[in-house]
Design a protein around this ligand. Structure first.
Ligand code: ADP
Length: 377
């Protein structure tokens, strides 16, 4: 109760603060719910709110890409997949010259609070931007692109991140926005396939997304009663073809009419070489002569309406992100809003990004146990 009272912020108490929200990197279901929550919470608190369209590219290009948002501009988007404000990969932002243009565009609109919804790349870019902010403003002043008053007025840039990714590949959060919806999509597809595979006693192999993270494959395997699963963080033993075939045979002998194998798109063996759905099929066909089919789900996993969980997750994270920005001081580190149990919490952004990158490094170094340990719960 005491905690709730401390967190209460009065309507209109941050009047006139400039805040912008953008989505960057790969899209995911639930991003719109997050955008909506950011806009409405910020308006409630009195901020002047902007969309930045097409991710960092819109920030660099400015113009119509930075558009003021109002209460109704986020009506009827909560149920839509993808992101209505667009997302893009942007090479310009990776160069200081691009970030200089972006800084100028933000200052000209009075924006000093940014909410970035994206993956670890987008968050890394945001952190760099914040670190450079002071020197970018100095350069803009020296080249007379901004004046002294602007330099002083907009000297502090606050940044908060949220992770939108169907892969659940970010360390620090129990779930990223979009993962739950992707799982629903995958389950629907598996249920459809199972009924036909059952009729014909087939083995089916399903490739699901997750280039560096096996979460989707692992949960899919659990929830579809799969016989075998291949994920990047934990490659199978070297004799996996034998083990796989033994397992499939054992199930058929026990009376099972079909077999299910889930392959993460980033699955690898102990030498770091890809294990593809095609390779798995070949092993099954060569050894067991089973009627084996592959389904690659692809972008269907990213598409469609977000689940209730992702809508609520986006709402809660979006509201928390705005609160974090409003409470930021010059000493506050850039943070990422994460889910811990059922609580939206704030964690240091770069610490989480570095931990996420450490998983990739452990995998590159073939330190599988470390990779699994770093991935967390
Ligand atoms: P994700 O955010 O999904 O991980 P990317 O890694 O492609 O996707 O990053 C999205 C965008 O974020 C990039 O196109 C680029 O504009 C920006 N970005 C990524 N890494 C950096 C970086 N190290 N410095 C500056 N900008 C970056």
């Amino acid at each position: 109760m005491e905690e709730d009272q401390k967190r209460f912020i009065e309507r209109g108490s941050h009047k006139g603060k400039g805040l912008a929200v953008f989505t960057s990197g790969g899209d995911s279901q639930g991003m719109n719910a997050a955008v909506r929550a950011v806009v409405r919470m910020a308006i409630y608190l009195g901020c002047k709110v902007f969309f930045i369209k097409e991710g960092y590219q819109g920030m660099v290009d400015g113009g119509d890409n930075i558009e003021e948002a109002n209460w109704s501009s986020v009506s009827s988007i909560i149920h839509k997949g993808g992101t209505v404000i667009g997302s893009a990969r942007c090479m310009d932002f990776k160069e200081r010259a691009g970030r200089l243009k972006a800084a100028c565009n933000l200052v000209k609109r009075g924006i000093t609070n940014l909410v970035v919804i994206g993956g670890d790349g987008s968050l890394t870019g945001a952190n760099l931007f914040r670190q450079e902010w002071s020197s970018l403003l100095d350069e803009l002043l020296q080249t007379s692109q901004i004046n002294k008053t602007e330099r002083e007025k907009y000297k502090q840039l606050n940044i908060v991140g949220m992770v939108g990714s169907i892969d659940n590949d970010f360390c620090g959060t129990d779930m990223t926005i979009g993962t739950d919806s992707a799982l629903h999509r995958i389950m629907d597809a598996i249920d459809a396939i199972v009924s036909t595979a059952y009729s014909h006693q087939r083995t089916f192999i399903m490739e699901v997304m997750g280039r560096h993270c096996g979460y989707l494959a692992l949960v899919t395997a659990l929830t579809s009663e799969a016989d075998y699963v291949f994920i990047p963080e934990m490659p199978p033993p070297r004799d996996w073809p034998t083990k796989l075939c033994n397992k499939l045979e054992q199930e058929r002998t026990a009376g099972q009419r079909l077999n299910i194998i889930i392959v993460s798109e980033g699955a690898i063996d102990r030498d770091g070489k890809p294990i593809t759905a095609e390779m798995v099929k070949q092993v099954v066909v060569d050894n067991l002569k089973q009627d084996t089919r592959i389904t690659v789900l692809g972008h269907v996993q990213r598409g469609g309406a977000p689940s209730a969980f992702d809508r609520v997750l986006g709402c809660r994270m979006g509201a928390e992100a705005v609160m974090a920005l409003m409470e930021a001081t010059p000493e506050t580190e850039a943070c990422v809003v994460s889910l811990d149990g059922n609580q939206a919490v704030r964690l240091p952004l770069m610490e989480c990004v570095e931990k996420t990158k450490a998983v990739a490094k452990a995998m590159a170094d073939k330190e599988w146990e470390l990779a699994v340990q770093l991935r967390g719960r």
